[in-house]
Design a protein around this ligand. Sequence first.
Ligand SMILES: [Zn+2]
Length: 135
Amino acid sequence: MSYSVDKTPEQWREQLDPDRFAVLRQAATERAWTGELLDESRAGLYTCGACGAELFRSGTKFDSGCGWPSFYESVRPEAVELIEDDSLGMVRTEVRCAACGSHLGHVFPDGFGTPTGDRYCMNSLALEFTPETEE
Ligand SMILES: [Zn+2]
């Protein structure tokens, strides 16, 4: 798969701080309950921490109790790329930014009570949040 934003590992390492590089480009997972966007509840837009592509709207964020920011749907189906991930001895679905291929987190079919039933379990470090400007 080729991405519209295509950089070498060296370029990403230069652009991103080490914690973000580890998550976005090396698929690390931040510790639960540590992400600064976990309790973000303002209206706004969540974008890719690597390339700035639009990923999630605040209206689809919900409190899943898992310790990571959770959404029930992406801003557009084609905004994210879903990849089967059988690392750690379990089958999960990895979620990547479709524009740059950066790792965002995983999606699980256990978003109980949400309109889609999905839980996009995202690393806070993989996202940027822009609040809607107040009138
Ligand atoms: Zn991206």
